[in-house]
Structures are given as structure tokens and as C-alpha cells.
Design a protein around this ligand. Structure first.
Ligand SMILES: *Cc1c(COP(=O)(O)O)cnc(C)c1O
Length: 395
């Protein structure tokens, strides 16, 4: 196969041609600064407002609750650091989970150094936060709960509405990192009692370097980036107009096509999972069988080094991942896989395949056939596997 089979949509996605097309005039024709007064600039301001409206509608939020940022990482940093600072007179305790993205975990570690206390909740074997543990973790000094809507490695979808209810009942702010979930599953900030929500353009077939933070009206968060009066004085810097326009277009398409994409991706996902579990021995599915993102598959192969598997898949034109792109290059196994209880040696044999709406069943067949060949080959070279087979034959 000459064509690349791209199965790493949780790391980033291809920008849709319609999105690129929508962006282009904002580089060449409407290049004005939206803060300027002349006609050339007012068209830009209008385009930014339209994108903001589209995004607000997708979440059942108000337009003036959407603040554009440079991506998911910035939104997460902003939500946590600014809430901690603004409400430190009320308390110094934050609750999050062990399986968050590093944009949350490393920000929490930073806050711990600044005197805040953080509880990192355990998850169950599927990666779901336990509601009883969450309730038990709440203290009089708890100011914020930050739990991701869906996990970037194993696709687990959290009971966001329940968490929102618990937060509300206890008068605690609720932030969710929805970078993976937004555009894939429906989210409603009012129904789910969400006070802050992070999302990013490049995870839903939009451009890179653009994201937003939804901040519910009434929260007194300070600006994260100081400077001009942009974004209602809460996020300074000249707007990334082409990025915002592209993000708006990507959200519009994602919302209009959500149902059919979900249906198609779930079908392909389940086909891939079924074939691998049936045809490859000593493999497990990480995450929940159905309570996961429509496009997420994550396996752990026993007696296999995930990195070797990735390199050999790449040689067969398959782009995959062993976990999150941010941790590849480090030898530590994924914190998410350890949190769901996998032993180190099994967590090392993990493979994440995240689909897009342009993948096909033929591609899934090619991927499964290739995985089978590579796994057989790698195991034939593994002393651990050899010992295991010997011990089995003695029984
Ligand atoms: C990708 C990702 C981020 C970071 O978003 P960027 O736009 O790449 O900064 C944060 N959280 C989750 C869950 C992600 O998947």
C-alpha cells in the first residue's frame, strides 16, 4: 500500500479542505486587525463573531462566554491557574484525576509548588472516575474539580453530567478538558453544569494553534495573557483570525456530521476490535468496550514492545501511537494505563489506533493483517515469549 493509513487522530487531525478554503481569504484579502475601525477590519471582526456564535451554539453556551486561545494546553493552564488565583481566599484545594492530559497534570504540579493541594482521583479498570471517591475527596476548601470529558489514550468517556451535579451541589467550580470529546460526542454546558471547558481546533479537523476556553458568565477569572483589550479584556493579543475562522468552520462541519460520523466510526472501531481480539492471542482491549469515544481503540499486546510495533507499522505505512504523542520518546509507560491497573510490562505493549471519518473497512483489514504478522514476528524474537510458551507446554 502506497497511501498512508492515518490512525492517529487523537494526536492531531487533517485539516478539512473546506476549512482551509474558509481560512484562505483571511490571509490575503481580509488581513486587517479586527481592532481597527476601517471596513477592511470590520469584515474580520464579523468573521470572528460568527465563529464565536457557531462554537457557542455547539455547546449551548452564550457567545460572550467563549474566549479564543492558542490551543487546548493554554485553555487548561488558564482555567486552573486563574481559578486557583481568583478563589484562593475561598480555599486551596483542587480535585482532578490520575488520567488527565499533561496540560492538566503538570499545571496541577505547578500549583502544588505554589501552596495548593491537589487530589488525584483513582479511576476504575476502564478509566472511569468513581463518583463515591469524588464525593469523599471534597473538602470545605475545595474550589475546583477538573475532570476530562474523554480520555486521549483509552477514549473513556466520563460521567460529566454527574460530576457537574456533584460540583454544583457543593458550590465548587467544574472545569472539563473536552479537547478529545468536543465535536465527537455532544456536550451541553448548561445541562451538564460545566463552568469552564477547554477545546482545541486541531483535534476536530480544524487548524493547529487555536483553541478556546468557555468561561461561564459570573466567574471572576483574570486575564491569562496581559496586553490589549481583546477577548473582552481576558485574553490579550491580536486575534488569530484565520485560525478562528477555520475553527468555526470545523465546528460547524463537526456538528452537522456528528451522528453519521459516530455511526461510521463505531462500526469500523468495533470491527477492528473484534478482529484483533479474535485473531491475535494474548491481547487485551484497554478502556471500556462501548463507553469510549467512537474513534478510539487501544490494545495491550503481551510480550511486545510498543515502540517496536510502531516502527514496524510505520514501515507498512500505518501511522499509530503507543499512547499520547506527548509521552512518546520517554521510556515510562503511560500514566493512564498504569492508573487502570496494567502492570508495567503489559502497559509497554500498548497500541493506540484513533480513526477518522475517511478511514475504510479495507484499511481496517489491512491493519489487522499487518498487526498479526508483526506481532507474530516480534514474539518469535522475544525470549520472554519463548519462556512463556515453554512453561505452557510443560503444564
Ligand atoms: C491534545 C490535547 C490537549 C492539548 O491541546 P493542544 O491544542 O494540542 O495544546 C489537551 N488535552 C487533551 C485531552 C488533548 O487530547
Amino acid at each position: 500500500m502506497e497511501k498512508k493509513i492515518y490512525l492517529d487522530n487523537a494526536a492531531t487531525t487533517k485539516t478539512r479542505p473546506a476549512v482551509v478554503e474558509a481560512m484562505l481569504p483571511y490571509f490575503t484579502e481580509y488581513y486587517g486587525n479586527p481592532s481597527s475601525v476601517y471596513e477592511l477590519a470590520t469584515q474580520n471582526k464579523k468573521a470572528v463573531d460568527e465563529a464565536r456564535n457557531t462554537i457557542a451554539k455547539a455547546l449551548n453556551a452564550e457567545s460572550n462566554e467563549i474566549y479564543f486561545t492558542a490551543g487546548g494546553t493554554e485553555s487548561d493552564n488558564w482555567a486552573l491557574k486563574a481559578t486557583a488565583e481568583a478563589y484562593s481566599d475561598k480555599g486551596n484545594h483542587i480535585i482532578t484525576s490520575k488520567i488527565e492530559h499533561h496540560a492538566i497534570l503538570h499545571t496541577c504540579e505547578y500549583l502544588e509548588k505554589r501552596g495548593f493541594e491537589v487530589t488525584y482521583l483513582d479511576v476504575d479498570e476502564y478509566g472511569v472516575v468513581k463518583m463515591e471517591e469524588l464525593k469523599k475527596a471534597i473538602r470545605p476548601t475545595t474550589i475546583l474539580i477538573s475532570i476530562m470529558a474523554a480520555n486521549n489514550e483509552i477514549g473513556t468517556i466520563q460521567p460529566i453530567k454527574e460530576i457537574g451535579e456533584i460540583a454544583k451541589a457543593n458550590n465548587i467550580f467544574f472545569h472539563t478538558d473536552a479537547v478529545q470529546a468536543f465535536g465527537q460526542v455532544s456536550l451541553d454546558v448548561k445541562d451538564m453544569n460545566i463552568d469552564m471547558l477547554s477545546a482545541s481546533g486541531h483535534k476536530l479537523n480544524g487548524p493547529k494553534g487555536i483553541g478556546f476556553l468557555y468561561i461561564k458568565k459570573g466567574l471572576k477569572l483574570r486575564s491569562f495573557v496581559h496586553g490589549g483589550a481583546q477577548e473582552r479584556q481576558r485574553r490579550a493579543g491580536t486575534e488569530n483570525v484565520p485560525g478562528i475562522v477555520g475553527f468555526g468552520k470545523a465546528v460547524e462541519i463537526a456538528m452537522n456530521t456528528m451522528e453519521e460520523r459516530q455511526k461510521k466510526e463505531i462500526e469500523l472501531r468495533d470491527y477492528l476490535i473484534d478482529r484483533v481480539l479474535k485473531e491475535v492471542p494474548y491481547v487485551r482491549l484497554n478502556g471500556h468496550r462501548t463507553g469510549r469515544l467512537p474513534n478510539n481503540v487501544n490494545f495491550a499486546f503481551q510480550f511486545i514492545e510498543g515502540e517496536s510495533l510502531l516502527i514496524m507499522l510505520d514501515m507498512q505505512n500505518i501511522c499509530a501511537s503507543s499512547g499520547s504523542a506527548c509521552t512518546s520518546g520517554s521510556l515510562d509507560p503511560s500514566h493512564v494505563l498504569l492508573a487502570i491497573g496494567l502492570p508495567h510490562e503489559i502497559a509497554h505493549g500498548s497500541l493506540r489506533l484513533t480513526l477518522g471519518d475517511d478511514n475504510s473497512k479495507e484499511e481496517m483489514d489491512y491493519v489487522v493483517d499487518t498487526i498479526k504478522e508483526i506481532v507474530t514476528k516480534l514474539r518469535s524474537m522475544s525470549p520472554l515469549y519463548e519462556d512463556f510458551v515453554k512453561s505452557m507446554s510443560r503444564q
